[in-house]
Design a protein around this ligand. Structure first.
Ligand SMILES: [Zn+2]
Length: 265
């Protein structure tokens, strides 16, 4: 028994120490503490790849024990777009296509899958509204962070009270993009040049999390209410899934946020 216990790595989760509110649950899972193997090792929570479904089911059992008593956990079919779903008591648990979800009532936990892309979580701790958003370069270029702010406000969140948490994602240290893509960012966002630096010939190093941070501020959020947590996923590929480190398909980690509705406490 003792040997088995030693072999079981624990689930590592990144959280913000400042995100404390009644009933609030949030976190960014890493890749440790699950049972999947090879490129999905170990806490792969995505069921739509070639991983063993039994392993994914066991990983989810472990993840749910960490997430806590949520009535509903929303998992999206993500498509690198900007569609964001507003969910209330009428939500029936269906898997929705889109790259963001906002729970406008407690009892629903929203989440996104990533492996280098940016997981963005947002809350209004007083209104108990929670959003989770997925932003790769496509979604970032298309402005999903600004849409997220707008829709959080439309759902009843107060812009001055809202908080944003930008989680583990590929850092500028490792995110090489074609110069042409960097130029597109520069044309679209005046602050983008501060998030780009030269790389190899024809390449630029893009700070995706920096762009999203600037987009949130431009959308009216107070910079003091935005926090970046966790390392570069490619640098820390032993702790987080990284598509670039894997050089191909790999497992996906899950990031989540929601408020308890009190009925299960
Ligand atoms: Zn890095």
């Amino acid at each position: 028994m003792e040997n088995i216990a030693q072999q079981v790595s624990t689930i590592e989760m990144v959280r913000s120490g400042a995100w404390i509110a009644p009933g609030l649950r949030h976190g960014f899972f890493g890749r440790t503490g699950g049972v999947s193997r090879d490129r999905f090792a170990t806490l792969n929570l995505a069921g739509h790849n070639d991983d063993d479904p039994a392993a994914v089911a066991e990983n989810w059992r472990r993840a749910i024990a960490e997430i806590g008593p949520a009535r509903t956990i929303v998992r999206l079919h993500q498509v690198h777009g900007t569609e964001i779903h507003l969910l209330d008591g009428r939500y029936d648990g269906a898997r929705l296509t889109g790259d963001g979800a906002i729970a406008t009532i407690p009892g629903i936990t929203v989440g996104v899958f990533t492996a280098d892309c940016v997981p963005l979580l947002m809350i209004d701790p007083q209104q108990r509204i929670a959003g989770a958003f997925h932003a790769g370069w496509r979604g970032t270029l298309a402005g999903i962070a600004a849409s997220a702010v707008k829709l959080m406000v439309a759902a009843g969140a107060n812009r001055d009270r809202m908080r944003a948490l930008i989680g583990p994602a590929i850092g500028q240290c490792c995110y090489e993009v074609d110069e042409e893509l960097g130029v597109r960012f520069g044309q679209r966002y005046r602050f983008a040049s501060a998030c780009l630096r030269p790389g190899k010939p024809g390449k630029l190093m893009l700070d995706l999390r920096g762009v999203i941070n600037a987009q949130l501020i431009e959308a009216g959020m107070n910079c003091a209410s935005i926090e970046l947590v966790g390392p570069c996923t490619r640098c820390a590929a032993d702790r987080f899934f990284s598509r670039r480190a894997a050089q191909g398909p790999c497992g996906l980690q899950f990031s989540f946020v929601g408020f308890d509705d009190g009925s299960s406490a």
